[in-house]
Design a binder for this molecule. Structure first.
Ligand SMILES: [Mn+2]
Length: 190
Protein backbone atom coordinates (compact mmCIF):
# COMPACT_ATOMS: atom_id res chain seq x y z
CA UNK A 1 0.00 0.00 0.00
CA UNK A 2 1.53 3.31 -1.06
CA UNK A 3 0.53 6.69 0.35
CA UNK A 4 1.69 10.04 -0.97
CA UNK A 5 1.11 13.12 1.11
CA UNK A 6 2.23 16.53 -0.11
CA UNK A 7 1.63 19.75 1.81
CA UNK A 8 3.29 23.14 1.98
CA UNK A 9 5.39 21.78 4.84
CA UNK A 10 6.29 18.22 3.86
CA UNK A 11 6.42 15.68 1.05
CA UNK A 12 5.98 12.06 2.16
CA UNK A 13 5.96 8.89 0.09
CA UNK A 14 5.38 5.78 2.18
CA UNK A 15 4.87 2.14 1.20
CA UNK A 16 3.84 -0.55 3.65
CA UNK A 17 3.38 -4.28 3.47
CA UNK A 18 1.91 -5.68 6.69
CA UNK A 19 2.94 -9.21 5.75
CA UNK A 20 6.59 -8.74 4.91
CA UNK A 21 10.01 -9.68 6.16
CA UNK A 22 11.08 -6.69 8.27
CA UNK A 23 12.81 -4.78 5.51
CA UNK A 24 13.04 -0.99 5.90
CA UNK A 25 14.13 1.60 3.34
CA UNK A 26 14.09 4.93 5.14
CA UNK A 27 15.27 8.22 3.70
CA UNK A 28 14.27 11.39 5.56
CA UNK A 29 16.10 13.91 7.73
CA UNK A 30 15.05 12.79 11.24
CA UNK A 31 17.70 10.21 12.25
CA UNK A 32 16.10 9.07 15.51
CA UNK A 33 12.75 8.41 13.82
CA UNK A 34 14.57 6.42 11.12
CA UNK A 35 16.08 4.29 13.89
CA UNK A 36 12.63 3.82 15.49
CA UNK A 37 10.82 2.94 12.24
CA UNK A 38 13.54 0.45 11.38
CA UNK A 39 12.83 -1.31 14.70
CA UNK A 40 9.06 -1.04 14.14
CA UNK A 41 9.45 -2.79 10.76
CA UNK A 42 11.77 -5.50 12.09
CA UNK A 43 9.67 -6.35 15.14
CA UNK A 44 6.42 -6.34 13.16
CA UNK A 45 7.97 -8.11 10.14
CA UNK A 46 6.61 -5.31 7.94
CA UNK A 47 8.21 -4.04 4.75
CA UNK A 48 8.33 -0.28 5.05
CA UNK A 49 9.64 2.37 2.70
CA UNK A 50 9.57 6.04 3.67
CA UNK A 51 11.07 8.70 1.44
CA UNK A 52 10.28 12.16 2.74
CA UNK A 53 11.42 15.74 2.92
CA UNK A 54 10.14 18.61 5.00
CA UNK A 55 10.73 21.87 6.77
CA UNK A 56 13.00 20.44 9.46
CA UNK A 57 14.85 23.73 9.49
CA UNK A 58 11.76 24.99 11.35
CA UNK A 59 11.38 21.96 13.63
CA UNK A 60 11.03 18.19 13.25
CA UNK A 61 7.37 18.49 14.23
CA UNK A 62 5.68 18.73 10.82
CA UNK A 63 7.65 15.92 9.23
CA UNK A 64 7.27 13.54 12.17
CA UNK A 65 3.53 14.19 12.33
CA UNK A 66 3.06 13.79 8.57
CA UNK A 67 5.02 10.53 8.46
CA UNK A 68 2.77 9.32 11.30
CA UNK A 69 -0.38 10.32 9.41
CA UNK A 70 0.90 8.58 6.27
CA UNK A 71 1.77 5.40 8.16
CA UNK A 72 -1.67 5.36 9.78
CA UNK A 73 -3.37 5.85 6.43
CA UNK A 74 -1.32 3.06 4.87
CA UNK A 75 -2.26 0.69 7.71
CA UNK A 76 -5.93 1.51 7.30
CA UNK A 77 -5.89 1.07 3.53
CA UNK A 78 -3.85 -2.13 3.71
CA UNK A 79 -6.41 -3.73 6.02
CA UNK A 80 -9.38 -3.26 3.69
CA UNK A 81 -12.53 -4.74 5.25
CA UNK A 82 -10.40 -6.51 7.91
CA UNK A 83 -11.83 -9.90 7.03
CA UNK A 84 -10.10 -12.72 8.85
CA UNK A 85 -7.74 -10.69 11.01
CA UNK A 86 -7.30 -11.15 14.76
CA UNK A 87 -8.15 -7.44 15.32
CA UNK A 88 -6.58 -7.23 18.81
CA UNK A 89 -2.87 -7.25 19.53
CA UNK A 90 -0.70 -6.72 22.57
CA UNK A 91 2.93 -6.93 23.53
CA UNK A 92 5.17 -6.18 26.46
CA UNK A 93 8.71 -5.36 25.34
CA UNK A 94 11.65 -5.07 27.70
CA UNK A 95 14.51 -2.82 26.63
CA UNK A 96 17.19 -3.41 29.22
CA UNK A 97 15.87 -1.72 32.42
CA UNK A 98 12.70 -0.42 30.72
CA UNK A 99 9.41 -2.24 30.22
CA UNK A 100 7.08 -0.92 27.50
CA UNK A 101 3.62 -2.12 26.54
CA UNK A 102 1.43 -1.65 23.45
CA UNK A 103 -2.19 -2.77 23.17
CA UNK A 104 -4.14 -2.35 19.92
CA UNK A 105 -7.71 -2.74 18.74
CA UNK A 106 -8.23 -2.25 15.00
CA UNK A 107 -11.73 -1.13 15.86
CA UNK A 108 -12.33 1.52 13.21
CA UNK A 109 -12.59 4.12 15.97
CA UNK A 110 -9.55 6.29 16.69
CA UNK A 111 -8.46 6.41 20.33
CA UNK A 112 -5.05 7.10 21.77
CA UNK A 113 -3.66 6.84 25.28
CA UNK A 114 0.00 7.07 26.15
CA UNK A 115 1.22 6.83 29.72
CA UNK A 116 4.94 7.45 29.82
CA UNK A 117 7.10 9.58 32.04
CA UNK A 118 10.13 10.14 29.81
CA UNK A 119 12.80 12.11 31.67
CA UNK A 120 14.72 13.79 28.82
CA UNK A 121 13.27 16.49 26.59
CA UNK A 122 15.53 15.47 23.72
CA UNK A 123 16.96 12.18 22.51
CA UNK A 124 19.91 13.17 20.37
CA UNK A 125 18.38 15.99 18.33
CA UNK A 126 14.88 14.48 18.53
CA UNK A 127 12.29 16.33 20.68
CA UNK A 128 10.90 13.60 22.94
CA UNK A 129 7.38 15.09 22.89
CA UNK A 130 7.12 14.16 19.20
CA UNK A 131 6.88 10.50 20.21
CA UNK A 132 3.35 11.20 21.42
CA UNK A 133 2.52 13.25 18.30
CA UNK A 134 3.75 10.49 16.04
CA UNK A 135 1.77 7.67 17.65
CA UNK A 136 -1.36 9.83 17.95
CA UNK A 137 -1.18 10.57 14.22
CA UNK A 138 -0.83 6.85 13.44
CA UNK A 139 -3.79 5.91 15.68
CA UNK A 140 -6.05 8.60 14.25
CA UNK A 141 -5.45 7.76 10.60
CA UNK A 142 -5.39 3.98 11.12
CA UNK A 143 -8.62 4.32 13.12
CA UNK A 144 -7.30 2.09 15.85
CA UNK A 145 -7.40 2.21 19.61
CA UNK A 146 -3.75 2.43 20.61
CA UNK A 147 -2.76 2.23 24.27
CA UNK A 148 0.92 2.72 25.01
CA UNK A 149 2.64 2.63 28.37
CA UNK A 150 6.12 2.69 29.79
CA UNK A 151 5.60 0.72 32.98
CA UNK A 152 9.02 1.65 34.34
CA UNK A 153 12.52 2.50 33.20
CA UNK A 154 15.31 5.02 33.43
CA UNK A 155 16.73 5.74 29.99
CA UNK A 156 14.71 7.89 27.58
CA UNK A 157 16.11 6.24 24.44
CA UNK A 158 15.19 2.81 25.83
CA UNK A 159 11.67 3.97 26.70
CA UNK A 160 10.84 5.27 23.23
CA UNK A 161 12.57 2.32 21.58
CA UNK A 162 10.56 -0.09 23.74
CA UNK A 163 7.33 1.60 22.63
CA UNK A 164 8.17 1.35 18.93
CA UNK A 165 9.17 -2.33 19.21
CA UNK A 166 6.06 -3.15 21.26
CA UNK A 167 3.83 -1.26 18.83
CA UNK A 168 5.28 -3.18 15.85
CA UNK A 169 4.83 -6.55 17.51
CA UNK A 170 1.31 -5.72 18.77
CA UNK A 171 0.26 -4.58 15.29
CA UNK A 172 1.69 -7.76 13.73
CA UNK A 173 -0.44 -9.78 16.16
CA UNK A 174 -3.58 -7.73 15.40
CA UNK A 175 -3.27 -8.09 11.61
CA UNK A 176 -2.57 -11.81 11.70
CA UNK A 177 -5.07 -13.69 9.54
CA UNK A 178 -6.77 -16.33 11.69
CA UNK A 179 -10.11 -16.88 9.94
CA UNK A 180 -12.36 -15.67 7.17
CA UNK A 181 -14.89 -13.55 9.03
CA UNK A 182 -14.94 -9.85 9.87
CA UNK A 183 -14.02 -9.92 13.59
CA UNK A 184 -16.97 -7.92 14.91
CA UNK A 185 -20.40 -8.88 16.23
CA UNK A 186 -21.73 -6.07 14.02
CA UNK A 187 -20.25 -7.72 10.93
CA UNK A 188 -18.50 -4.50 9.91
CA UNK A 189 -15.26 -2.85 11.01
CA UNK A 190 -14.49 0.42 9.31
MN1 LIG B 1 18.49 2.32 20.02
Amino acid sequence: MTVRRVTGETNVELSLSLYGTGRADLDFPVPFLRHMLHLFAVHGRFDLTVHATGDVDVDDHHLVEDIGLSLGRAIHQALGDKRGIRRYGERHTPMDETLARAVIDLSGRPAFVMVADIPDQRIGTFPTELTREFFKSVANEARMALHLAVLYGENSHHMVEGLFKAMGAALAMAVEVIGDRVPSSKGVLE
